[in-house]
Design a protein around this ligand. Structure first.
Ligand code: ATP
Ligand code: MG
Length: 583
């Protein structure tokens, strides 16, 4: 479903049309009462010019106060209703935007910078809200007041009204001319703010790397440069607005001068009463602010639309396969994996990352996967979890093509430890429970134990409840990895996937974890990627991937006998170990 930015915006309006219509009525009412005031003053002047009586003074005084009070009352209602509704629309948009972000394919985040997305979700959403609330309200009220005032002016004096009308095209032209330019410059400002946010976000997240490489100074300079550019871009917007408003005021001043001149001559000729002349001037004066507001509001509109377009850019990205699409399997997954003739190329890549992969994994089997760095091991795992979509008809689970049943069901049955650990800034226990929300504390504890984390946890101030800082910054690399393993284990998954998940622990800890995993692995399918032969040598079946192809396969002993890549890797690593032990 593709919508234009405007259609999308109108969709939100239409969901709130009742309240907005009520708000519009209040706008009209407050406009009408404000237009009554010059009429009252004009009549008062005419009557008082004949004779000043207490009765007339009180009457007109009360009329004026009444009109002002009613104008104020409806002004209050109009703001409450329309601005309040704009907050509600903003709320819905923010939720929709976040839900959309959650639904986007993983590949989208490869091309996008987080900071830029955040700037869209905050800054741009705010300027869309300005469009939805204040801009709509001011346009309505300005149009009503300008049109109403003009009708009243026509009734007072046709010649002067037409003169005043001649000024309107100039105002419209100015608004158009400046509005267009302000809009373009403003978009440049917003885009650049996205760039700065992205850079700062990345830099703060990577603060350790920045420090380690002693790049604070350069980073600060780059930031200062970007900051300067940002101010410069803002200043071009300011230069335009600074010309715009005084220009408009000057124009209106000239108009007043001309009207005063024409009106005075008519009064001398006796064709215009003083009261009418005053009322006319008041009406003209009443038009000034709405006209300027219209100029200001065009800005809000232009900005709001520019921001809406930026939000729309994200909104129009097709969501990932819906997590609940497809026909669910009746039985829980057994974890039998069948890969047939799988060739896979990343979007944008020129050659396939995986070629002609054939692999059968029985339910409950453990498969070891080794291979040079960049050979495609993680890619294979990402296809099995549908983090990236495999070509249809290449991967089967329990005999069903993977694309035929809901990704949520698949992922529910998988416990994966990705190569790059990502932990949230919560406690260790919460991070483990991320694997299964309703896991009891016993289950959390035993998963932590199986992942070999118990020994470390007792040294932490609050045990499992210890907070671990952003992305687990207070944990060692190996502790992070083992927390991630516990998170996968607590799911009790049918398929366990470890992508180089023991790379940051020493061989002793590795052995201990593998031993407890052997217990857990019973009845579960396990895929273990590793650079270390020791992690995979007990697997039922080992495959060696090189440049996207399976080049060797078999058990540990069979592969040793083949004397290929695997045997070579094994001999080198045992030699290293022996040297280590000697040292
Ligand atoms: P390592 O042992 O270093 O983890 P690996 O075997 O897991 O390596 P992959 O991560 O599967 O290797 O990468 C295989 C190839 O695919 C690499 O050449 C890499 O550049 C490319 N690649 C990986 N991820 C992507 C991606 N998201 N988009 C495009 N190309 C990718
Ligand atoms: Mg990898």
């Amino acid at each position: 479903m593709t919508l234009s930015p405007l259609r999308r915006l109108l969709g939100y309006f239409s969901r709130h049309k009742a309240a907005l219509a009520l708000g519009a009525l209040c706008v009209a009412a407050s406009g009408a009462f404000s237009l009554l005031k010059p009429l009252i003053v004009g009549n008062a002047v005419n009557e008082l010019a004949k004779a000043v009586t207490r009765g007339a003074l009180v009457r007109y005084g009360l009329l004026l106060v009444g009109a002002a009070a009613l104008e104020g009352f409806f002004l209050f209602l109009q703001r409450r209703i329309i601005i309040g509704e704009s907050r509600r629309i903003e709320y819905e948009m923010r939720n929709d935007f976040y839900a959309h972000l959650q639904s986007l394919p993983v590949s989208y985040y490869q091309e996008q910078r987080t900071g830029d997305l955040l700037s869209r979700a905050t800054n741009d959403l705010a300027s869309v809200r300005m469009l939805v609330g204040p801009a709509v309200m001011h346009v309505l009220s300005s149009l009503i007041v300008v049109a109403g005032a003009f009708v009243m002016m026509l009734r007072i004096n046709r010649e002067m009204s037409l003169l005043a009308l001649a000024g309107v095209p100039v105002v419209v032209w100015m608004v158009q001319y400046f509005g267009q330019r302000i809009h373009l410059k403003y978009k440049a400002v917003q885009d650049y703010f996205g760039d700065i946010s992205a850079r700062v976000q990345e830099n703060l997240a990577g603060v350790r790397v920045v420090r380690a490489f002693g790049r604070e100074h350069e980073e600060q300079e780059t930031f200062a440069r970007m900051n300067r550019e940002f101010v410069e871009r803002n200043r071009t917007v300011i230069r335009l607005t600074a010309l715009f408003y005084p220009g408009l005021h000057a124009m209106i001043g000239v108009l007043f001068g001309i009207i005063f001149f024409v009106g005075s001559r008519q009064m001398i000729r006796g064709t215009l009463s003083i009261g009418s002349f005053i009322a006319f001037q008041l009406y003209l004066g009443r038009m000034v602010w709405p006209l300027i507001a219209l100029g200001w509001v065009t800005n809000l509109f232009q900005r709001g639309m520019a921001s809406m377009v930026r939000l729309h850019e994200v909104w129009s990205v097709e969501p990932d396969v819906r997590a609940d699409s497809g026909e669910p399997l009746d039985a829980p997954l057994r974890g039998e994996i069948d890969i047939r003739d799988l060739t896979f190329t990343y979007g944008g890549a020129s050659r396939p990352t995986l070629r002609d992969i054939d692999l059968h994994v029985d339910s409950g089997q453990t498969i070891g996967i080794v291979g040079r760095t960049g050979s495609g091991k993680s890619t294979l795992l990402a296809l099995i979890t549908r983090t990236f979509e495999p070509p249809p008809g290449t991967i089967f689970i329990d005999g069903r093509p993977i694309e035929s049943f809901p990704p949520s069901q698949l992922r529910h049955s998988i416990g994966a430890v990705p190569q790059e650990t990502f932990l949230f800034s919560e406690s260790i226990a919460e991070n483990i429970r991320f694997g299964r929300r309703n896991a009891s504390s016993d289950e959390v504890q035993s998963s932590a134990a199986m992942a070999g984390l118990s020994g470390d946890v007792v040294t932490f101030p609050q045990g499992l409840e210890t907070m671990i800082g952003e992305r687990g910054i207070t944990l060692s690399g190996g502790q992070k990895q083992r927390t991630a393993i516990a998170r996968a284990l607590v799911r009790g998954p049918a398929i366990l996937i470890l992508d180089d998940a023991l790379s940051a622990v020493d061989t002793n800890t590795e052995e201990q974890i593998l031993r407890s995993l052997r217990e857990v692995r019973k009845g579960r399918t396990a895929l273990i990627v590793s650079h270390r032969v020791s992690s995979v040598k007990d697997a039922d079946h080992i495959i060696v991937i090189d440049d996207g192809r399976i080049v060797e396969r078999g058990t540990h002993d069979a592969l040793l006998a083949r004397n290929g890549y695997y045997a070579d890797l094994y001999h080198r690593q045992t030699l290293e170990e022996e040297i280590e032990e000697l040292a």
